[in-house]
Write a protein that binds this ligand. Structure first.
Ligand code: PLP
Length: 473
């Protein structure tokens, strides 16, 4: 089902693309956006990061590492980060005036394209009524209903403010519901930065090669058991040695935080079976995959229903949001319906609800996922072909609007395999692509994202740039 190229060979979907995205209004842009008219060489000649460098040097005096989230600092790819001025559709502009085709999408939320006109208009309307109520509002009902209708496992939902919060809440709920303490997570999977999850974690922890973080008390992680991704026998062994103690397995149903890694065909089914056999809950952390792999997330895509699900990113349409949900009898344990405490000053914020509602409405339009699948398939195939032609060991894959590639022959089944990638080469590729006007996630261990606003021209320009850079590195 997953499309993996030159790693685990699986066919590319033949879904017909329907390029139904609206043209992007560029009237307010300060910079030229006619990408085809600007040659790659011309672009490189004009490329300067002087203002970004000045701003980042100032930022380093003000904020740890100059950033508010570690991977943004470009530590693993070398050089300094670009400081962004504005975004629209599939493109970003930095403060030096450089334009980029963006494959980060604010780390996932921008699936319909940045600064969508309808989302902006709806936000402006909501804002007239205020920015935060701290009390129930109708918009919460609307988004909750949309989420419940879309995601198979969710009968009731609680909104929070980030994916981290969603994972913290769902873990407490799993422990409260089962009366058990231990959890199983997978090496290289990231579930936010709460203490119990900072064990062999992915994302920035993997990117920076950090051991498990100082400051996390032993007591917080003693009940966190880990196994390699795609390894059912390791999970079975953990259940055997911790009989009756495991509350839940939490996993990314497709990994995006050690690079892009898909589950093998029997892995998710096997995990579902094992959790049932051992009386443990299955939690899909769909903060990244929710509404991205399909409208109903990975669980709809793979046809496997977990007990509990976390969401974030897309359901906030670019504003801070997270959510967790599951079967009614479990969710009714959450305060004030039940005794499990969890709360939030800004939870259910009207602006976040508005952006989420309009993002999901746009995604629901026919052809959305066919478009994502088509352009992402073309993109990754083009990059892999260019890499192989230039003589590099390279493999990669994609599902809908999520993709990744590694500088190794593959196959990549887990984080240990991912670490075989030539990260120094990735760094050189990264810097080269940046100068050609392509912005990937600044780490080998992060997935990439496309959006409904990405056009075939974006993809062709990216592949042309990749061909050039891959010949040079
Ligand atoms: C799968 C997954 N879970 C949880 C999180 C944490 O979300 P946030 O950064 O919103 O706290 C992330 C963030 O990337 C994620 O990818």
């Amino acid at each position: 089902m997953a499309n993996t190229i030159a790693g685990v060979a699986v066919g590319i979907s033949s879904a017909t693309p329907r390029l139904s995205q609206r043209p992007i209004s560029r009237s307010s842009r300060r910079f030229s956006t006619v990408k085809m008219a600007v040659s790659l060489d011309e672009k490189k000649k004009n490329f300067t990061l002087q203002k970004s460098e000045e701003a980042f040097n100032a930022a380093k005096e003000l904020m740890p590492g100059g950033v508010n989230s570690p991977v943004r600092a470009f530590k693993s790819v070398g050089g300094q980060p670009v400081v962004i001025d504005s975004v629209k559709g599939s493109h970003m502009w930095d403060i030096d005036g450089n334009e980029y085709i963006d494959y980060v999408g604010s780390w996932g939320p921008a699936i319909i394209g940045h600064a969508d006109d309808k989302v902006l208009a709806a936000l402006a309307e909501t804002m007239k009524k205020g920015t935060s109520f701290g009390a129930p509002c109708l918009l919460e009902n609307v988004l909750a209903k949309m989420v419940i209708e879309a995601v198979p496992s969710i009968e009731m939902v609680r909104f929070v403010n980030s994916g981290t919060e969603a994972c913290m809440g769902v873990l407490r709920l799993a422990r409260a519901y089962t009366g058990r303490g231990k959890i199983i997570k997978f090496e290289g999977c990231y579930h936010g930065h709460a203490d119990p999850f900072l064990v062999k974690a992915g994302s920035g922890v993997a990117t920076l090669g950090l051991p498990d973080s100082p400051g996390v008390p032993k007591a917080a992680t003693i009940d966190t058991l880990t196994a390699p991704y795609n390894d059912l026998s390791a999970v079975e062994a953990l259940f055997q040695s911790n009989k009756g103690e495991v509350a839940a397995i939490i996993l990314e149903p497709v990994v995006g935080n050690s690079g892009f890694i898909t589950p093998t065909p029997d892995f998710l089914n096997g995990i579902r079976k094992l959790t049932k056999e051992h009386g443990a809950l299955l939690i899909f952390d769909e903060v990244m995959t929710g509404f991205r792999l399909s409208y109903g997330g990975a669980q709809e895509y793979f046809g496997i229903t977990p007990d509990l699900t976390t969401l974030g990113k897309i359901i906030g349409g670019g504003l801070p949001v997270g959510a967790y949900g599951g079967r009614r009898e479990m969710m009714e344990m959450v305060a004030p319906a039940g005794p499990m405490y969890q709360a939030g000053t800004l939870s259910g914020n009207p602006l976040a609800m508005t952006a989420g509602i309009h993002t999901l409405e746009r995604l629901k339009e026919p052809g959305s996922y066919e478009h994502l699948n088509k352009i992402t398939g073309d993109l990754i195939q083009g990059i892999i072909d260019a890499g192989k032609k230039a003589g590099h060991a390279i493999c990669g894959g994609y599902i809908s609007g999520m993709f990744g590639f590694f500088f190794t022959e593959g196959p990549v089944y887990n984080f240990d395999d991912a670490k075989k990638s030539d990260t120094a080469k990735f760094g050189r590729f990264y810097r080269g692509m940046l100068e050609e006007g392509v912005y990937f996630a600044p780490s080998q261990f992060e997935a990439g994202f496309t959006s409904l606003a990405h056009t075939p021209e974006d993809i062709q320009n990216t592949i042309a740039a990749a061909e050039k850079v891959l010949r040079q590195i």
